[in-house]
Design a protein around this ligand. Sequence first.
Ligand code: ZN
Length: 372
Amino acid sequence: MTTPAGDLCLRGGANISALPKISLHDHLDGGLRPSTIVELAAAIDLELPETDAGALGTWFADQSDSGSLVEYLKTFDVTTAVMQTTEGLTRVAREFVQDLAADGVVYGEIRWAPEQHLARGLSLDAAVEAVQDGIEAGIDDARHEGRSIRAGQIVSAMRHTDRSLEIAQLAVRHRNDGVVGFDIAGPEAGFPPSNLRAAFDYLAQNLFPATVHAGEADGIDSIRSALFDGRALRLGHGVRIAEDIEVDREDAENAYVTLGGVAQWVKDRQITLELSPSSNLQTGAIAAWGDELIDHPFDLLYQLGFQVTVNTDNRLMSGTSLSRELSLLSDTFGYDLTDLEVFQLNAAAATFLPLEDREELSDIISAGFAQA
Ligand SMILES: [Zn+2]
């Protein structure tokens, strides 16, 4: 299993990999190269489930496809274990940006949880700086290859630990050197944003933007708490917002759709949904609708006018790339270039950058799609 570098083409011939794209939801510890894990593990004498890069890649794919969340989460124990030093974090971040640029991503927000990278003595601030160094080196590498990419960090706090205020303060402290937003990650059910009120109050007082994982492993109440306790400007996945949408299908042509209060709010306020098709299948987030991509409520949400974006979540675990996710959606729902452009413009508008930068990204996207 490798991150696909080959070209993915739309019907009609447009090369998706070459189109300018924006990545909003992509975990640093879910996007390593297997060969890098092997080398970093050797340097710190860490035992791996497989020592050959190819076999290790297959192990990640198998664990992630096993249908067991426990097995899926074990893969992150392996990736975070090699990301406990300045060298490990910087290298992983650098290659992460190189891989995004090679996939045609022009702006990426890279999320990760610094508190999970302190086992070998790094401080929270040193960890953020190590990742920033890697991001900037990756941007330089891309430039030397003739590619233009920008990237920002989203700092995640783990929902089940007790460090969210400290992590919110960390994010705000680094707002002028690379950190663009805040997120909470980890077990969703049982850990609503209302439990992390001090962190979200601090962010609001400091006018610092947040996205919240919600509507992935829990339902509408979790989304409600993300919006109103977390003041989330975007929802990490948010796919289970579809549980608040009733579709009455009269026949093949006619359906009546009724939105509940939370779905209506998310739609009317155009709260961005960071949907991640392959990941949503693998984690069971869309189990209420089925277990194939055609069952994903992505198209329903898009057709109803929700602010949908396409994301990878964890490229290593899902063996995917942003181009591949777009290709899968296109194959499944018949999307053409115009649809793919809408998803990218939605993402440009939803980044945590200042308005002028977002408009610049929109112009880059429109120009790139016009040439396709
Ligand atoms: Zn995620």
